[in-house]
Design a protein around this ligand. Structure first.
Ligand SMILES: NC(=O)C1=CN([C@@H]2O[C@H](COP(=O)(O)OP(=O)(O)OC[C@H]3O[C@@H](n4cnc5c(N)ncnc54)[C@H](O)[C@@H]3O)[C@@H](O)[C@H]2O)C=CC1
Ligand SMILES: CC(=O)C(=O)O
Ligand SMILES: [Mg+2]
Length: 625
């Protein structure tokens, strides 16, 4: 957005319209940009038990007596009317009872039991579920999201109760355009879709991967305030190559090998056409597709549809923010980033996404020309399952090719094609060791010992693979082997480490959850037809700038999850601003592109905040269909 645009005041016609729309917030003296949420009653076309069985409208014991009369609910509920706060208190007592019973702290069955209780609440009362999640996000994000969501996907056949989301299968070819009308919501803002081919670091889980789409959308609601009535988790079941699932009599998906090639593409094409026909403004987040398809589908759709790939693009942004934080934590300016030597273990959708974006960021800092881009490329050493990737590699993956080291060059460094991770770390002495390999414990004692010779004053370790068991190392291992000064981040949450000298080893969570909700919300509110590189870069820079100097010097390079709603708000505003600047913004509901362009920084923040859904019960009024 130009400075000119930022400085312009709102026109009086817009102010009048906004005043009319939200008299409540005007009364409190705050300008509001709410377009649909707010305190007006909600119209409901159901009565009686149908309302209690509808999680979008159900308030359980919190229905007031007048509402009970109005909606034919009298007698269907225990007589005491509870406040939403009392309801939550009662629920929390039940949830916490588990904690008292668990002797050894978190264990898999214990985490799954918590997930079950929360899931049952989700099924019967959406508002209360999200209130519990938002108010206790630090405690329950690890249950509805990584790591427990991985376990949920693995055990999905046993856990399946009520369906949630939509399933499109290879058997539905030719039917998807009509099938999308089976979804009850007239409006859908956000779809998270997976084909289940690479769920976290757990591999091909077939149809059971729907759990990851549900978990990601929980964060969309909790962090970005996307209205839960307008989210849609989707599983595209094109079969599975997981032999165990193919033989499992209880498996709920198609028991055939995955479609491939043009047949596979035809299914995904049909799905995209169907959802964008019914909901032209929807945003589709691709999640946990195996690398083979992740990049291809991104290139295929990104200039036509409002879509992005979270593992490739969201992860890249989060990694860049963390890498810039690690530079600052060394007491250096961010502009020193292009001098960092970075060893990356993992050359899949996430690893390659990160090195591509990090290279571009370095190149921009070096002058944004061809030679800057070439020179930035020499800062990365990429290691995959077959060791160091060089130009001597047979059948090299085209996505990894730009990062293959020249043979002569690595020869001088005492390395060779296929060199082990430990050898690479020994020879390169990197500033950063970043893992997106899905191999738990890959940063072994030998690798971490080698990192002690890093040329950095404060080496950084990113053990980003999920879930917890797949982390390349634990924070305890990192701090005890490499040293107290190390910067540590992991994809799934770990506790901070008591270093035993009065200091704490900070464990950051380096997870794309800090960006994808803001990317989605910002795109929605800008009305941009596509998600540009600039919008993604703006999101990453916003996250990088969120941490104060004092925090990064203490080793805190990512915010605490307790501030995820706040950081998401800022990221969304940065994305809207960039969309305006690139002339991509088309406006959102009542606010057109011209009006959006006139909002100053503060007004833009208010616009974002006012369009975030809050989990408060609206007053319900019956209206006949
Ligand atoms: N923290 C975060 O926000 C995110 C974390 N991830 C995690 O990253 C991991 C990888 O995801 P994708 O790239 O999509 O998977 P992928 O399966 O496409 O790639 C895995 C890569 O690791 C390599 N690898 C396997 N064994 C190795 C070894 N011993 N040494 C070095 N490299 C090895 C493979 O060759 C492959 O290049 C998963 O665990 C996923 O959960 C992914 C996205 C976001
Ligand atoms: C966090 C995430 O998207 C993943 O592990 O795949
Ligand atoms: Mg993912």
């Amino acid at each position: 957005m130009s400075n000119f645009c930022r400085q312009i005041k709102l026109p009086s016609s817009l102010i009048r319209r906004l005043k009319h729309r939200s008299s409540n917030s005007m009364l409190s003296g705050r300008r509001s940009f709410t377009t649909t949420e707010g305190h007006r009653p909600s119209l409901v076309h159901k009565r009686s038990l149908d309302i209690l069985h509808d999680p979008w409208f159900n308030k359980g014991t919190a229905f007031s007596m007048t509402e009970r009369d109005r909606l034919d609910l009298r007698g269907l509920l225990p007589p005491t009317v509870m406040s939403p706060e009392m309801q939550i208190e009662r629920f929390m007592v039940d949830l916490k009872r588990l904690e008292v019973n668990a002797r050894d702290g978190p264990s898999d069955p214990y985490a799954l039991a918590k997930w079950r209780i929360l899931n049952r609440l989700h099924d019967r009362n959406e508002t209360m579920y999200y209130k519990v999640l938002i108010n206790n996000i630090e405690e329950y994000a690890p249950i509805v999201y990584t790591p427990t969501v991985g376990l949920v996907c693995q055990n999905y056949s046993g856990l399946f109760r009520r369906p949630r989301g939509m399933y499109f299968s290879a058997a539905d070819r030719g039917e998807m355009m009509s099938m999308v009308y089976n979804w009850p919501a007239e409006q859908v803002d956000m779809i998270v879709v997976t084909d289940g081919s690479r769920i976290l670091g757990l591999g091909d889980l077939g149809v059971q991967g729907i759990g990851i789409a549900i978990g990601k959308l929980d964060l969309y609601v909790a962090a970005a305030g996307i209205n839960p009535q307008r989210v849609l988790p989707v599983m595209i079941d094109v079969g599975t190559n997981n032999e165990k699932l193919l033989k499992d009599p209880l498996y709920l998906g198609l028991q055939e090998h995955r479609l491939d090639g043009d047949e596979y593409l035809a299914v995904i094409d049909e799905f995209m056409e169907a959802v964008f026909t019914r909901w032209p403004h929807v945003i589709v987040q691709f999640e946990d597709f195996q690398s083979k398809w992740a990049f291809k589908l991104l290139q295929r759709y990104r200039s036509t549809y409002r879509m992005f790939n979270d593992d490739v693009q969201g992860t890249a942004g989060v990694a860049i923010a963390g890498l810039l934080g690690a530079v600052r934590a060394q007491g250096k300016p961010m502009i020193d980033f292009p001098k960092q030597k970075i060893v990356v273990a993992g050359a899949g959708s996430a690893g390659i996404g990160v090195v591509n974006a990090a290279r571009k960021t370095m190149a921009r800092m070096l002058g944004n020309n061809e030679s800057a881009f070439d020179s930035a490329g020499s800062q990365f050493w990429v290691v995959d399952a077959e060791g160091l990737i060089t130009e001597a590699r047979d059948n090299i993956d085209p996505d990894a090719l730009p990062f293959a080291r020249k043979v002569k060059e690595i020869d001088r460094q005492g390395l060779r094609e296929g060199a082990s991770l430990a050898e690479v770390v020994k020879q390169v002495k990197p500033d950063v060791l970043l893992g997106l390999s899905a191999v738990g414990g890959l940063f072994s004692k030998e690798v971490l010992e080698a990192l002690k010779d890093s040329t950095s004053t404060r080496p950084a370790i990113f053990a980003m693979s999920n879930p917890t068991k797949n982390a390349e190392c634990t924070p305890e291992e990192a701090f005890s082997i490499v040293g107290d000064n190390v910067i540590f981040a992991s994809g799934s949450p770990f506790k901070d480490v008591d270093l035993g000298n009065g200091h704490i080893g900070h464990c950051n969570q380096g997870n794309n959850m800090y960006l994808f909700p803001g990317i989605g919300l910002g795109t929605l509110l800008s009305g941009s037809r596509i998600i540009s590189d600039g919008m993604l870069q703006a999101a990453a820079e916003c996250l990088a700038a969120y941490m104060t100097e004092e925090e990064v010097l203490k080793g805190m390079i990512y915010p605490s999850i307790s501030s995820i709603r706040d950081i998401t708000k800022e990221v969304a505003a940065a994305v809207v601003r960039e969309a305006i600047e690139e002339d991509l913004a088309e406006g959102y509901r009542g606010i057109d592109a011209r009006e959006l362009c006139k909002l100053n920084q503060e007004e833009l923040a208010t616009f974002v905040e006012d369009n975030m859904w809050d989990p408060d019960y609206p007053t319900l009024v019956y209206k006949q269909d």
